[in-house]
Design a protein around this ligand. Structure first.
Ligand SMILES: [Zn+2]
Length: 405
């Protein structure tokens, strides 16, 4: 199985590259025109119709003709889909300066060379990270996407999917990410991301000027800073999760976040402030990271549906009955724990969710052997999984080897 990933960086364009991208845009729009006139939206037909027409753009290498046609086909088929769904559409055209190409490029000693005609190349000096990623010989460089200020290079590698032997539930919370199953549970403390969000909020609200433009600028600046700092922390966590899953041969199981988000909507007796932090924090970012890293390493991912997610945080993982919250918090002994009336035992609140999730993931994977989950439940006995608490900010940073994990 081949898996694809990409690396992106910025570069400084010049007039030549501007003209080049502009010509490419004209080519795509010409193809769209031809497609619309003749009511065609397949690559084969459009190629036949427009290849000769594109000959007049002779300043650009001919390998880009097929790229322009395929870009046009993409746009036309999107339009076609919209029409099928009954959405009214205008005549489409490509507005952005963007080039996607599978051909002609060269990667040579840290320099990425893009042919721009007359046997000339536009050279982009790759930064340390991109160079490091692409110099791995086991990778194949597939394509590049060029805009006026950035280049994104897609590369791939051949992997053998891991044969998994157990499941690992992933539970995302405001201050922690808990992963695990009936054997072991790891809790990553990410309360630092909440702190980062609060700092950003207080910085922005300390500016009192009612100038729209300045306000927008500030939001962008501090918003980006917040995003970068949060993502860095999340990268450490996702990397660690993937390493563990590879080692234990786990299938990753995600809950349906729509179900959880509903808990934090208006009218649920939570303060406005709490709702704000909850919805702002990118729940989806950690999932995105884990998913692409899992794909890259051949680890399967299971997504539970809304229905399958229901109850994961309040039902007993052993007997399936509803757990009870401790009403009076006098002793700290059972703090954040839930009581099962039938099993006569306490469960850690964060652990309940991942245990249930891993169980449901297992039965979803293996619905033919429906009693796999039952066997797992039976094994539980009276021993609880070991909980390992990890401070996410203390994890080793994920820098250079990141593309492999
Ligand atoms: Zn129970």
């Amino acid at each position: 199985m081949r898996v694809i990933k990409s690396v992106k960086q910025s570069y400084i364009p010049d007039q030549k590259i501007f003209n080049f991208l502009e010509t490419f845009r004209c080519m795509v729009n010409r193809c769209i025109e031809i497609g619309l006139q003749n009511n065609i939206h397949t690559l084969k037909k459009l190629s036949a119709m427009s290849y000769r027409e594109l000959a007049k753009y002779n300043e650009i290498p001919s390998c880009y003709k097929i790229c322009a046609i395929s870009k046009a086909v993409g746009i036309l088929s999107n339009r076609n889909q919209s029409i099928k769904r009954g959405i009214r559409t205008k005549n489409p055209y490509l507005k952005r300066l963007i080039l996607i190409s599978y051909y002609g490029f060269k990667f040579d000693g840290g320099i990425f060379k893009i042919p721009i005609g007359n046997r000339k190349y536009f050279e982009i000096l790759l930064n340390y990270h991109s160079k490091n990623v692409l110099s791995d010989n086991s990778l194949k460089i597939n394509s590049f996407t060029l805009t006026l200020d950035s280049i994104s290079i897609a590369y791939s590698r051949e992997i053998t999917p891991i044969k998994c032997i157990e499941t690992m539930g992933i539970d995302r919370n405001l201050r922690n990410i808990t992963v695990g199953n009936f054997n072991q549970v790891i809790q990553y403390d990410i309360s630092k991301t909440v702190k980062i969000a609060e700092t950003t909020k207080s910085i922005i609200s300390s500016f009192k000027r009612h100038d729209f433009r300045i306000r927008t600028k500030l939001y962008t600046k501090y918003g980006t800073r917040r995003k970068n700092r949060t993502n860095q922390l999340l990268h450490k966590v996702s990397k660690d999760i993937i390493q563990r899953a590879t080692r234990n041969r786990d299938v990753l199981v995600f809950e349906d976040i729509r179900y959880i988000k509903r808990l934090y909507q208006k009218g649920n007796r939570q303060g406005k402030k709490y709702r704000g932090t909850m919805n702002n924090w990118s729940f989806s970012e950690i999932k995105r990271q884990i998913e692409y890293k899992a794909r890259w390493n051949g680890i399967p991912v299971v997504q539970l549906s809304k229905k399958e997610t229901r109850g994961t945080s309040i039902l007993c993982p052993k007997c399936g009955k509803r757990l009870q919250e401790q009403r009076t918090l006098i002793s700290s002994e059972h703090y954040r724990e839930l009581w099962c009336e039938f099993c006569k035992r306490w469960f850690d609140r964060d652990v309940v969710a991942v245990m249930n999730q891993s169980l449901r993931g297992l039965s979803k994977l293996d619905s033919s052997k429906g009693d796999a989950g039952e066997a797992m439940k039976g094994n539980l006995g009276n021993a609880m999984p070991v909980i390992l608490r990890v401070d996410a900010s203390k994890l080793p940073s994920s820098d250079l080897i990141d593309h492999l994990l």
